[in-house]
Design a protein around this ligand. Sequence first.
Ligand SMILES: C[S@@+](CC[C@H](N)C(=O)[O-])C[C@H]1O[C@@H](n2cnc3c(N)ncnc32)[C@H](O)[C@@H]1O
Length: 245
Amino acid sequence: MTDHEPYYGHDLALVHHLGFGFHADGCAPDLIELLAPVRERDGLVLEVGCGSGLLTRHLVDAGCRVLATDASPAMLELARATAPDAEGFTTLALPDDPVPEADAIVGTGHALNYLPDAVAVQRSLLALARALRPGGVFAIDLEDLEWGTARAGVHEQSRVGDDWAIITYYEDSAPDRFVRDMTTFVRNDDGTWRRGHERHDNVLLDIAAVPPVLADEGVEVEARRSFGSHELPVGLYAIVGTKRA
Ligand SMILES: C[S@@+](CC[C@H](N)C(=O)[O-])C[C@H]1O[C@@H](n2cnc3c(N)ncnc32)[C@H](O)[C@@H]1O
């Protein structure tokens, strides 16, 4: 369980939606290809950490039946508007919420790194693996310890859109944490601006430890630099495989 409000309240969810779609957009063609066998048998795709529905929309447009899930109510509200033709939307906060059975489990944007520690990640991986039906496809991304070392020299970043801005400060933290402090500015309907703030404390993982955890539940995966051909940022790995039939 987390002892804080879900990450991605209304304003940060909106900023993510408006300004950070490039990752889901880049991964979508590879995931659509990986999901071809599931699509052919009209299987159900469970998306974890669907966020504002940026990947959901690509998958639905490609003919997938998607159950879009996320821990953040604000993200789910955006997802409903972004991908209205998805099979369903439901709150699913790992590691404690029950995971519905599915023929594929996918996700971009490393939702599991938002969990408090490696134990919670391991519990979540096991829950996802158990929910995957035999022959099902597993494809999520996860941040390795390398994510932190590769960005050790970066202390501040900002991005601006027409109706939003975000300033991020990165904290020096332990090798297995990636902590950032984000201030958002979002334009109100009357032209004034409101200010918001979130602090995200992500756990970084030893990616080599992930495949054996999933293998215990019959899911054989590899940690790869891409889901197919779109190379991921340094330190982010695609965990891709299938459950034994
Ligand atoms: C970086 S965003 C990625 C969103 C979207 N998948 C994308 O690629 O644009 C990470 C997502 O993980 C979700 N998340 C965080 N903690 C979670 C948890 N404990 N269980 C499920 N989802 C979680 C957040 O709400 C957020 O939507």
